[in-house]
Design a protein around this ligand. Structure first.
Ligand code: UDP
Length: 374
């Protein structure tokens, strides 16, 4: 019998398992794939010595000092600051939209103050932006939206941007300064050695079974767990009884090239709808300190797709919200089961948010059921 059986070893599962194990609980983690870290899993390509994020790029950023201190107790971070460029209409611009983007796009030389006024003149009155398109236009105006957001968003989500929640675009700042660092957060960087060593440390001393699909022996796992911690897709847990939630996935085409540098930046977005991929990653740029060690480069073209076996992003259309409400109600009736993480909560969380939720959840449970002798 285990105090906790944790399904999945992404940030929620691994942090939770670490915390309860450290508090003396008996915990087992089971993972469907043959690697740990969920979609954060990374490996060093032996030929080029480049650290590859197998399931897509993960750049750590947070303004929460506690979470930064926590993650730094498992890894040293380099001082990588994420900068993105975007190709639109045959030109390359700085992203997120900042003064360089605005001046280049409009062929102007505006100062920050002038740019503020200029943007205001481009923004129509939208009193309560109700979806991604309205929200974007209310921040940047229609022209910038159509050049940089619309095509990318349609490719990424495969739906009309007017159907998508406004919060998705609120992830991206629009600036009237030349600050071109992608994230506003106080603490940012890439873990030296990649993400996998963090998960190895988190799971040290925790029983782990890879290549183990919870659903193949669901009753058994439930029977050996005092509490089950489930981090997989919420609709799958309930056997899709209220219908399938919409998820978006991505696939990568990896190519090795005998070049020092393919694109000069870690991520180049492709805003035009006619380009089939959304972005090209060149991961060697995440680790400037290793760049001379590499032999050639690796690029990954990212193609959004629908793949029910590999859910990455909750789409969260209105219909999904309605279905989700039913699953949430069902969740609250499940005794001794904790649901956590992007897939189980159907929320577009960043890594730091998942870590924070796992820590809080572990703390709450340990308060209710402290380890023997404490
Ligand atoms: N987005 C866009 N153009 C870009 C970058 C982002 O339209 O060049 C939109 C798109 O809808 C995307 C959302 O902003 O899904 C959030 O972008 P973010 O970079 O946070 O996406 P992630 O890195 O999580 O895939």
């Amino acid at each position: 019998m285990y105090d906790f059986v944790v399904v999945g070893a992404g940030f929620f599962g691994a942090v939770f398992a670490h915390e309860v194990k450290t508090a003396g609980k008996k915990v087992l983690v089971i993972v469907k794939r043959d690697d740990i870290g969920g979609n954060c899993y990374s490996y060093d390509d032996p030929e080029t010595n480049i650290n590859i994020h197998k399931y897509g790029p993960h750049i750590f950023h947070t303004s929460d000092k506690n979470i930064w201190d926590y993650i730094c107790s498992f890894a040293d971070f380099n001082n990588y600051r994420h900068r993105v460029l975007t190709a639109s209409g045959g030109k390359i611009y700085s992203m997120p939209i900042n003064l360089a983007t605005i001046n280049q796009f409009y062929n102007l030389t505006l100062t920050p103050g002038e740019a503020k006024e200029f943007l205001k003149s481009k923004i129509p009155a939208i009193p309560a932006p109700a979806n991604l398109e309205e929200k974007a236009i209310s921040i940047m105006g229609r022209e910038l939206y159509e050049a940089f957001i619309k095509g990318y968003t349609i490719k990424q989500w495969n739906c009309d941007p007017r159907e998508l929640p406004a919060e998705v675009i609120a992830r991206l700042p629009v600036r009237t300064s030349y600050d071109d660092i992608y994230y506003d957060d106080n603490y940012q960087g890439m873990p030296i050695g990649g993400y996998t060593p963090i998960f190895k440390k988190l799971l040290e001393g925790v029983s782990l079974e890879l290549k183990t699909d919870f659903f193949e022996k669901r009753d058994y796992w439930m029977s050996v767990a005092r509490t089950l911690v489930y981090t997989g897709p919420i609709d799958r847990y309930f056997n899709y009884c209220y219908g399938k939630l919409r998820w978006r996935s991505v696939r990568f085409e990896i190519e090795k090239m005998p070049l020092d540098d393919y694109q000069g930046v870690s991520i180049m977005n492709y805003a035009d709808q006619k380009v089939p991929y959304t972005r090209i990653l060149e991961p060697k740029h995440f680790y400037r300190e290793r760049i001379n060690l590499s032999r050639g480069t690796v690029v990954m073209r990212e193609y959004p797709c629908d793949d029910p076996a590999e859910p990455y992003y909750p789409v969260s259309l209105k219909t999904d919200q309605e279905i989700l409400a039913k699953y949430q109600k069902a969740q609250s009736n499940e005794k001794n089961v904790i649901f956590g993480g992007r897939l189980a909560e159907y929320k577009y969380y960043d890594m730091y948010q998942v870590i924070s939720r796992a820590l809080k959840q572990a703390e709450k449970l340990l308060r209710v059921s402290p380890p023997a002798g404490s």
